[in-house]
Design a protein around this ligand. Sequence first.
Ligand SMILES: NC(=O)c1ccc[n+]([C@@H]2O[C@H](COP(=O)([O-])OP(=O)(O)OC[C@H]3O[C@@H](n4cnc5c(N)ncnc54)[C@H](OP(=O)(O)O)[C@@H]3O)[C@@H](O)[C@H]2O)c1
Length: 254
Amino acid sequence: MRQLDGKIAIVTGASSGIGREAALLFAEHGAKLVLVARRRDELERLADEISGNGGDAVAVAGNVAEAETAREAVEVATRQFGGLDVAFNNAGTTGAMVSIPEMTAEMWHEVIATNLTSAFHAAKHQIPAMLTRGGGSLIFTSTFVGHTVGFPGMAAYAASKAGLIGLTQVIAAEYGPQGIRANALLPGGTDTPMGRAVSNTPEALAFVQGLHALKRLATPREIAQSALYLASGMSSFTTGTTLLVDGGVSITRT
Ligand SMILES: NC(=O)c1ccc[n+]([C@@H]2O[C@H](COP(=O)([O-])OP(=O)(O)OC[C@H]3O[C@@H](n4cnc5c(N)ncnc54)[C@H](OP(=O)(O)O)[C@@H]3O)[C@@H](O)[C@H]2O)c1
């Protein structure tokens, strides 16, 4: 059964990895899509692929750290498709993996801007559009890092992603009465360019895989399926949560 028939969705980070896979899956489930990331060519290729499969998708190239990108994405969703029901705010960066004394203030601010301030810009523009449709679903891609696991070298990343959980809870409380749900999705290690960059040698990959109870990384599709759940009516009583989809990385000690 198609879960997003007639729904209009923004997916950020759609040029790669989890976002790309979520865009394809949401389209399979009937959503019309606004695809956001910086690489226009990748977005346009994906939009063509979705259109080729009978779907509807349009690209908005921009930096999610800038308010204008968030404004434009909502404006395009409204102008092109008639509104906004779902926002998968998923774009993110680890930044450089360095110790805190080695981290410059610029490095810190860039990660916070890309991962956390972007979510504020997104919500600020997405919520009013969803209110005019009587509700909607916001999903923020967080991570187990900084929530259940401390990981050396990821201070700004962990802080930004933990910040998303606080933002999620406030949106859920503020807009629940008006039919808007907000949830944080917390993937474990996932086999994407970002996941491969963190595990960039066979030894590092084996180490990271071994941290998970399932002894492997997730496929992007597995994380996209959880995003689909949070986007759709199947999660209609789920709001303000942190959904760990982490292969057991949070509970293993073996
Ligand atoms: N892979 C993992 O192990 C893992 C685990 C937990 C959580 N996550 C989270 O999952 C999300 C998706 O990551 P992924 O694994 O799919 O990584 P990925 O394949 O590297 O994709 C990252 C996406 O974010 C976009 N992006 C990055 N900075 C951006 C910016 N400033 N403005 C606009 N778009 C930007 C990239 O597009 P452009 O380069 O075209 O801008 C790309 O589409 C991230 O938030 C990440 O933190 C990943």
